[in-house]
Ligand binder design. Sequence first.
Ligand code: SF4
Length: 183
Amino acid sequence: MGRFSERVTLEFITVLEIGDLRKVLMSACLLGKKVRYDGGALSVDDQIVEQWRSEGRIVSVCPEVEAGMSIPRPPAEIFKGSGKGVLNGGVDVIENDGGKVTNEFLAGASIALNLCRKFAIDIAVLAEFSPSCGSTAIYDGSFSGKKVPGMGVTAALLREHGVHVFSQYEIAQANTALLATSS
Ligand code: SF4
């Protein structure tokens, strides 16, 4: 089956509830959706997230799946650079079999940014270490498990456009930022 044959259009962009409260963009895998490259999730068990969910604040997205990548899919890493370098050009995202998926990662980042614009979102909680969603550290492109400081492509694009990006380890900080100017 081809890598992009399982195109999932908008299935993993989920607006859990539309309301008046200020919203938060979250990585779909953190919400229990099995969208990771290995078909798994990275669910967080957190009271704050449950509160956001009950208030209808969460908009979830998996940039990679939204860009047409399949589940499962080969693991991918940014090769010798970070999300900023991918946005600026000259740095690629590669799969462990050598396939280049830079364009898919850029497309997924644009979809996430469009969601932020649509719902006036300026707070995001994204999955750390992902070549899309990582906000502090990512894998180094050697597929050896080594991490380096840097951002994934989606995190870099959102930050470039003024979105405050936190990881799943910074949910309390994200909540503080959310409530500081929340309606
Ligand atoms: S880290 Fe981001 S791109 Fe990767 S599975 Fe989770 S939501 Fe999708």
